[in-house]
Design a binder for this molecule. Structure first.
Ligand code: SF4
Ligand code: SF4
Length: 86
């Protein structure tokens, strides 16, 4: 997406502009450790964690920027940040 200087983005453009390409590290779940507390989903600043039908969660790698907040705040150490391979 190209934005001219002083330009204003159209509403809803965050869905078009996939920010996952900004990542250096990506979060990966260890479902054996997860207690389904939802903290990661609540704290993700990019709303890039989606609930699954079984109560666990999954990352939306199209938009996750790899900030690591979810891994840092998980009380069970169930999220590991691994080097992104492109
Ligand atoms: S914060 Fe950790 S334990 Fe809680 S739901 Fe997320 S991965 Fe599971
Ligand atoms: S690394 Fe950051 S952006 Fe990605 S899912 Fe975790 S909290 Fe959200």
């Amino acid at each position: 997406m190209t934005i001219p200087p002083g330009g204003v983005c159209a509403p809803g453009s965050t869905l078009v502009n996939k920010t996952g390409g900004w990542r250096t590290f990506k979060p990966v779940y260890d479902y054996d450790k997860c207690i389904k507390c939802k903290l990661c989903e609540l704290l993700c600043p990019d709303a890039s964690i989606d609930p699954r039908d079984d109560g666990f969660f999954e990352f939306n790698y199209d938009f996750c920027k790899g900030c690591g907040i979810c891994a840092n705040e998980c009380p069970k150490g169930a999220i590991e940040m691994v080097l992104e391979e492109k």
